[in-house]
Design a protein. Structure first.
Length: 117
């Protein structure tokens, strides 16, 4: 079962995940390559579980990469076998900060409000 991976765009046409990935490509090209490969793997349903992906609750999931810093792309499922990536983060610990989860949930609600028909 094939899925498509899309990036959230704000109403102002900002694409925060693309901006995150562009910065990652500059700051840590090796992690960038691994994260991009992980996003490509999400197209296959078999990769929607650990260790590549993990449910966070409230409809959000994370694509996980452990390196010098933990790199995560937060995403959700949409109708039509679509995955919408809404937020990217890097941190040293295992936990995702509440502010990052809140932001990802807000972007998910915003996307659904504008696109769920």
């Amino acid at each position: 079962m094939e899925f498509t991976v899309e990036f959230y765009e704000s109403q102002a046409e900002r694409c925060p995940v693309r901006e995150f990935l562009d910065a990652l490509k500059t700051s840590d090209p090796d992690d960038f390559v691994v994260v991009m490969a992980g996003l490509a793997k999400l197209q296959n349903r078999q990769n929607h579980r650990e260790p590549l992906s993990k449910a966070l609750g409230g409809g959000l999931f994370e694509l996980r990469h452990v390196g010098k810093l933990n790199t995560r792309v937060l995403w959700f499922f949409m109708k039509g076998r679509r995955i919408i990536a809404v937020h990217g983060i890097r941190n040293k610990g295992q936990a995702i900060a509440a502010r990052d989860l809140d932001l990802a949930h807000e972007r998910m609600r915003n996307w659904l409000k504008r696109h769920d028909r």
